[in-house]
Design a protein around this ligand. Structure first.
Ligand SMILES: Nc1ncnc2c1ncn2[C@@H]1O[C@H](COP(=O)(O)OP(=O)(O)OP(=O)(O)O)[C@@H](O)[C@H]1O
Ligand SMILES: [Mg+2]
Length: 502
C-alpha cells in the first residue's frame, strides 16, 4: 500500500533502482534521437524520464528535466482568455526558456562539466536571446480584385515592354489597397538569436551532451502546444549536441497545426527528426502473458524491496519468492490481467486487494473485488460527464459481453481511428489494445485492431450479477503468443460494426 502512485514524488536514485524496462525500451529511450514518448495516464512516462536522467548523469552527460506543469509564475496565465493568444504564447515560450536557463545555471555552478566560463557566458546569451522570443499574430489576408483589370490591359496595348511592367505594378498596387482583412488569426514564432546561444551552450558543455526531458506536455493549453513545438523545431532540434525527449498523452497533444499558407507550425511527428514511441504499445508485451507477469512481478518486487529491507530481517530474495509469499496460488496472473499493462492501475488494484485480504496473502476474490472497486472509483467517474463515450461503452458491453460472451473484440483500424468515442474510452483506460494491425488474409488491405473491454468493468458485471454465466472467450487467440485466429474465424464477420451498434 505504501508504493507511491506517482513517480515525481520519489528521488531519482530510488527510481533508478525500482525501474523495470519492458523489452528493448531502455535501449531505445537512451538513443540520442529526439523522441516523443506517448503513454496514457500511469503508464510510467515520468518514471522513464527520471530513470533516463539518472542514466544520463552517470554517463557524464547533462540532463535537464522540466515538468511543464510547473513552468511560469503566474498561475493560469496561459489559459487567461483576457490575454490574446500571442501574449499567452509569448509568455509560455519565454518561461520555458527561462526554466531551461535556470536548470543549466545550477549545472554550471554545481558540476564540473565542460568550460564553466564559456558556459556562463553562453547562458547570459540565452537569457538575452529569450527576451527576443515572441509569438506574433497575423491575420491571413484575402485579396479581392476588381475593376483594375481594364487599366492594365489598356496600358499593355499602347506602351513598350518596359512600361508594361510598371503598368502592371500599378494595377497590383491598386488591387492591394482593396485587400480585406478577413480570416482567422494565425501565429508564428520569432526566435531571433536563440540558435547561436544554444550552439554556444552545447560547445561549452562539450563533449558532454545536453538532454532536454520535457514531462507533462499535455498540460500545456492545447492551442499553445504547436507554438512551443515550433520553437523547439526551429531552435533546439537542429542544434547538434542536444537531444529532446517529450512525454505526452497522445489524445491530448497537438504538436503541429497546418497554417493557411500550406505550411505548418510546430513539429511534424515522424518527419522532423522526432519519432514517436508508445509506452502503451510496449506494455502489450507481444501478447505474452508470462512476460507481462515477469514485468509486473519485478515491478512489485523492486518497489516493495526498498521498503521491506528496513522493515523485516529477511526480505524475500527475488521477485518470485516475493510474489509467492504475498499472493495465493493463481492470483498474481489475475492481478496482471486486471492491470491491463498499466503500472499505476496495477499498484492501486494491488493496494485495494491488500486491504481486502487483511493479514492473509491476497487471494483471487480480493483481486476481483479490488479491480471492480478501482473501476467504479476511478475509471468510470472519468467518463461520467461524457455522455457519448458512456453510451458507446454500454453498446460495446452489450454486444461483446452480453451477446458474444467475450471480453475481446475487433475493430476495423480505419473506423476506430476516426471514432472519437473509441479514442476517448481508450484514453480513459476503459478499452485496451491487445494487438494492432491484424491482417485479414481473406481480405488483404483491411487491418483490424484487437481490443479488450477493461477487466474492472467486466468483473463488475460478473460480481454485481448482471451476467449469468462466465463467458467463454472467443477472442482468446488475441492473447496467445502467436496471435493467429483459429481457421474458422472470419475477421470481417467477427469485427464489430460501430454504425450498426448505434
Ligand atoms: N517501468 C517501471 N518500473 C517500475 N515502476 C514503474 C514503471 N513504470 C511505472 N512505474 C510506477 O508506476 C507509477 C506511475 O508511473 P508514473 O508516475 O511515471 O506515470 P505517468 O505515465 O507519468 O503518469 P501521468 O501521465 O499521470 O503523469 C509510479 O509509481 C511508478 O514508479
Ligand atoms: Mg507523469
Amino acid at each position: 500500500m505504501r508504493i507511491p502512485r506517482r513517480a515525481e514524488g520519489t528521488d531519482r536514485s530510488t527510481l533508478a533502482m525500482t525501474f523495470v524496462a519492458a523489452g528493448s525500451f531502455s535501449a531505445m529511450l537512451h538513443s540520442t534521437d529526439h523522441q516523443i514518448l506517448y503513454g496514457r495516464r500511469g503508464t510510467g512516462k515520468t518514471h522513464a524520464l527520471l530513470y533516463l536522467s539518472d542514466l544520463i548523469e552517470r554517463s557524464g552527460d547533462v540532463a535537464v528535466y522540466l515538468d511543464l506543469r510547473t513552468i511560469g509564475s503566474a498561475e493560469g496565465m496561459y489559459t487567461d482568455s483576457n490575454l490574446s493568444p500571442a501574449v499567452r504564447g509569448t509568455h509560455l515560450l519565454v518561461d520555458t526558456l527561462e526554466a531551461i536557463h535556470d536548470e543549466l545555471l545550477v549545472v554550471a555552478f554545481e558540476r564540473e562539466i565542460g568550460d564553466q566560463n564559456r558556459l556562463l557566458l553562453a547562458l547570459d546569451a540565452l537569457a538575452e536571446a529569450s527576451t527576443a522570443v515572441e509569438v506574433v499574430g497575423e491575420v491571413e489576408r484575402e485579396t479581392k480584385f476588381g475593376g483594375s483589370a481594364e487599366s492594365s490591359v489598356g496600358a499593355e496595348l499602347t506602351v513598350s515592354p518596359n512600361a508594361k511592367v510598371s503598368a502592371t505594378q500599378r494595377s497590383s498596387a491598386t488591387a492591394e489597397s482593396r485587400l480585406r482583412r478577413t480570416g482567422i488569426e494565425q501565429h508564428h514564432v520569432v526566435f531571433g538569436p536563440l540558435n547561436r546561444a544554444l550552439r554556444s551552450i552545447t560547445s561549452a558543455l562539450g563533449p558532454a551532451r545536453l538532454w532536454l526531458l520535457l514531462d507533462e506536455w499535455s498540460s500545456v493549453p492545447f492551442h499553445l502546444q504547436p507554438l512551443l513545438a515550433d520553437l523547439l523545431r526551429r531552435s533546439v532540434l537542429p542544434t547538434a549536441g542536444i537531444t529532446v525527449k517529450i512525454a505526452a498523452i497522445e489524445r491530448r497533444s497537438q504538436f503541429s497545426q497546418p497554417s493557411l499558407s500550406g505550411d505548418y507550425v510546430g513539429i511534424e511527428v515522424g518527419a522532423d527528426a522526432a519519432s514517436a514511441v508508445s509506452l502503451d504499445d510496449f506494455m502489450i508485451f507481444d501478447n505474452s502473458r508470462s512476460r507481462a507477469q515477469e514485468f509486473f512481478g519485478q515491478l512489485f518486487y523492486n518497489h516493495a524491496s526498498t521498503r521491506l529491507a528496513v522493515m523485516i530481517a529477511q526480505p524475500p530474495p527475488d521477485a518470485d519468492s516475493f510474489i509467492e509469499a504475498t499472493f495465493r496460488r493463481n492470483t498474481f496472473p489475475e492481478l496482471v490481467r486486471a492491470a491491463e499493462g498499466i503500472p499505476r492501475d496495477a499498484i492501486n488494484i494491488a493496494a485495494l486487494a491488500a486491504q481486502h485480504a487483511h493479514h492473509e496473502p491476497i487471494g483471487l476474490p480480493d483481486v476481483r473485488q479490488a479491480a471492480r472497486d478501482w473501476y467504479l472509483r476511478d475509471k468510470q467517474t472519468a467518463i461520467n460527464a461524457n455522455e457519448p463515450a458512456r453510451q458507446m461503452l454500454w453498446l460495446l458491453v452489450d454486444e461483446v459481453v452480453g451477446r458474444r460472451h467475450s471480453r475481446t473484440f475487433l475493430l476495423d483500424q480505419l473506423v476506430s481511428a476516426r471514432q472519437e468515442t473509441i479514442n476517448e474510452l481508450y484514453d480513459a483506460r476503459l478499452l485496451h489494445v491487445l494487438r494492432r494491425g491484424i491482417v485479414d488474409r481473406k481480405n488483404p488491405g483491411t487491418l483490424y485492431d484487437g481490443f479488450a473491454i477493461d477487466y474492472g468493468c467486466y468483473v463488475s458485471l460478473l460480481l454485481d450479477g448482471d451476467l449469468k454465466s462466465r463467458p467463454r472467450d472467443r477472442g482468446g487467440w488475441l492473447n496467445s503468443p502467436k496471435g493467429v485466429p483459429p481457421d474458422e474465424f472470419n475477421l470481417a464477420r467477427e469485427a464489430i460494426h460501430l454504425a450498426q451498434l448505434e
